[in-house]
Design a protein around this ligand. Sequence first.
Ligand code: SF4
Length: 344
Amino acid sequence: MGANDLQQAITLRRPAKAVATPQGPWSVEAIQALFDKPFMELLFEAQTVHRRHFPEGDIELATLLSVKTGGCPENCGYCPQSAEFDTGVKAQKLMEVDEVVRAAQAAKDAGATRFCMGAAWRAPKDRDVEKVAVLVEAVKGLGLQTCATLGMLEPHHAQQLKAAGLDYYNHNLDTAPEYYTDVVDTRTYQDRLDTLAAVRGAGISVCCGGIVGMGEQPVHRAGLIAQLANMDPYPESVPINSLVRVPGTPLADSEPVDPFDFVRMIAVARITMPTARVRLSAGRQQMGEAVQALCFMAGANSIFYGDKLLVTGNPDVDADVQLLRKLGLRSHRTQEQAEEGGCA
Ligand code: SF4
C-alpha cells in the first residue's frame, strides 16, 4: 500500500464529523444555503439535530375539528372556507359543546394527545370567545392538550382563552412577507404578527407555520422559515402544509410541489427550530407513504390525525396507525396518558 492509498484508507475510516446544531438568528441567505445542500447531506443534518433533541423519536398525534365552518370574510387564496370563493363548502354555525366533546373523546380514544378546534372567523367577537372558552374547558377536562385557531385575536381574548385552559393557539404566517399579498389581501402580515404577540403575551404556546405550493419562489420558502425561526422564542409547533388544491379557490391551478422540495422544507424547519414539534400537516393524502417516511426522517414529529382537516381530506386513522407501525414509530403520549397506562 503506497502513502496515497494509506492516506485514502485513513480518510475513509475517519468517523463522520459531528454536525453542530446551527444557531439563529437566521438570515434568509443562510436558510437558502441549507435548502441548497445536497439532499442526503441536508437529511443527515436534520436527522442528527432531530435525534439530539428528540431522542425518543415519537410522533405527536393532533386531531383537528372544524367547530365553525365556512362563510369566512377573509380571502386566503388557498382556503375553501372563504365566502368569496365558490367551493361548495356549506357554512355552519358553531358546534354545540356535547358534539365537540364527543369528537374530542373519540380522538383521545384513537390515541390523539392534542385536540385543535378551528373556526372560520376573521376575528372572534366577545360572545364567540365566551363560547369557545366553554369548549376549551370541556376538551381540557378530558385530559387532552387544547389548541384553537379562530383568526385574529385581541390580547384580552387571548387571556380569556388562556384562563379557560387553552394550551396552544394556531395562527400561520402562510408564506414570506414579500409574497403574502399574492395569497391574501384582506389582512396584513403585521396583523398576523400582532395576533402571535397577543398569544405569547397571554402565556399560550404558539403553533405557527405555513404552506408550500402556492406559486412561491424558493426565496419565499426561506423567508417564511426565517420569520418563524427568528421569533423569540420560536413556535413550539410548526405545521408545514403542502397546498391542497381545492377547485374554486384562486390557487387551485398551482403547480404541485416537488416531493423532495417538501421534504427539504421539513428538514430546514427541523434544523432551524430544533426543539419545535414540526408537523406534517395538510397534503399528506397526496404524498404517499414513502414521502411521509422521508419527512419523518427529516425531522417531522407530529401529524394531523383523523380523516378530515377542517374541510379537506386526510389519510384515515387506520392508514396512519399502519404507517407508524410499518416504520416502527411510536406515537407520543402525554405525561398524563403515561400515568393512566392507556394504549397509545
Ligand atoms: S384560512 Fe382562515 S381566515 Fe383564511 S379564509 Fe380560510 S377560514 Fe378564513
